[in-house]
Design a protein around this ligand. Sequence first.
Ligand SMILES: [Zn+2]
Ligand SMILES: [Zn+2]
Length: 640
Amino acid sequence: MAEVTLPDGSTLEIADGSTARQLAERIGPGLARAAVAAKINGRLSDLLTPITGQATVQIITPKDDEGLKVMRHSCAHVMAEAICQIWPGTKLVYGPTVEDGFYYDIDLDEPIRPTDFERIEQKMREIVEADRPFVRKEMGRAEALEKLAGDKYKSDNIRRAEGDIISFYSHGEGFEDLCRGPHAPSTGKVGSFKIMSVAGAYWHGDPTQKMLQRVYGTAWPTKKELDDYLHRLEEAKRRDHRVLGRQLDLFSFNDAGPGFAFMHPNGMIIWNAIVDFWRAVHDRYGYREIKTPIILNEDLWHRSGHWDNYKENMYFTSFDETSYAIKPMNCPGGCLVYKTTKHSYREFPMRVAELGLVHRHEASGVMHGLFRVRQFTQDDAHIFCTPGQIEAEIIGVIELTFELYQAFGFEDFHVELSTKPEKHIGSDEIWEVATNALKDALKHKEIDYKINEGDGAFYGPKIDFHVRDCLKRSWQLGTIQLDFSMPERFGLVYTDNDNTEKTPVMIHRAVLGSFERFIGILIEHYGGNFPLWLSPEQVRILTISEKTNDYAGVVEAKLKEANLRCTCDCSDEKIGAKIARAHGDRLPYMLVVGPKEAESGAVNVRIRGGKENETMGIEEFLRIATKKIIDKTADLALNS
Ligand SMILES: [Zn+2]
Ligand SMILES: [Zn+2]
């Protein structure tokens, strides 16, 4: 008998050699129907894998992230077969999953066009309907190479594959693909799918090689989830920050500075509102603020390690026969400020923030509005502390980070921990201490995290914070990076309680990341409908006729006195046109004033996106609006 431990800790006995699918059937017919794979002793496997001895087993369905990937990759195989059926000369390269879907790189001289998608999908539906089983076949490396001799792409895949056993998956006569697996049990289990796009892609990104065609698809467990996803994509297009940025006059770009954003007055109001809030929170968490120069001597960057590790992304300049670099990061400047005075352990932890303007040269192909820019303001900070204070400091940063995110309505976040990369400075021992400190802090806050092996910065391991916006798109915003090496390089010291000189630990951290990018994300997250506290223009007063212009002036003065950002529309247009324009400008509140309101000292309030209106005294409106600004409430309803 095999003894199986299930995820809930319960155990089950099944005949030795039973497959994972048989186990799923034992647990329940619903689970067996939904299952696409199984995790046996931590290893993701096909449902036909036999279970022997003592094993922990989790049946995987598309509800699990891994199951969704198995389902999507199986769908990629189905798409590959459909394409091969239509264009028999197609050579398959590889077909991995990506966020929200999958692609398959193919070598085919005839270009696939969007008008072909329907035809491919039709073939796919036939393959899915036939519900053909995925069958795994294994062989040795030499045999596999011989089998695929002449296919340069698949031979290359075999050479790159790990292990001695090479596997193939077929799903019915005539279609077989080199693949590590696992796969769903049959083609009927690939969910609801759609082919999304086709683009050119070089083999292994190598531009000297032939251009391949990359066909993108998406697949979801149900038709409804597919429809929701397609709806979110449409919504994202509608919310494109580059379009809204122009429409709301927030920012622009110019060929004079590719990748450098020009922030307009309306954009700067949002910017400054975020800065004010950011400063208030940082003040409460015990940070002090500095500002360091943008251009610094090149020697400094040799010393910091940036020259060796980051030169390709830096801008340089020279004058007076001296070479300078434009800072890509704020850290060296922060170290120089630290060095201006002597420090004692009594001052620690020292939390020093800087809204630092940095320049990083990105390839022009990756520019995308405010999302990828070459010049940006980072909400940086460096914490200098003793090794014993690391964990508490990390915990403090995590708390501050979550507080800031929640103020913008980001409630869904996840954390990733990145470990030592190949290109790094500092000893293995230092890396281990730093990595464990990050893990302990996350454990203390009971935060689940994902590990990205080898993805850390060259000077230390890091924690990254990702948030999901209202369209469920994930954005990496904040980061905490431990650094035991830069303080050494810059000769930073402090006097410890035993009167000896020691090197402080340096923690780099950013919460919002780049202000420019963060504003771009906010524009799409809110769809241009900013909460009151962030709206460039918060209130607009609309007169019904010129008879109430004087009264409108009185109302405007009162609002301005209460620090509300407001204007008056006293044009001689009809009130309906004024209201429509204010809605178009995404005005949170419109105050319509006519003779009746003037007489009673009232305003008739309309809310962005709403049809209703409500008359109330000016003071009452001021009370409500001011409270919403202080509380950073997103909801504009007058009674909430
Ligand atoms: Zn595969
Ligand atoms: Zn730094």
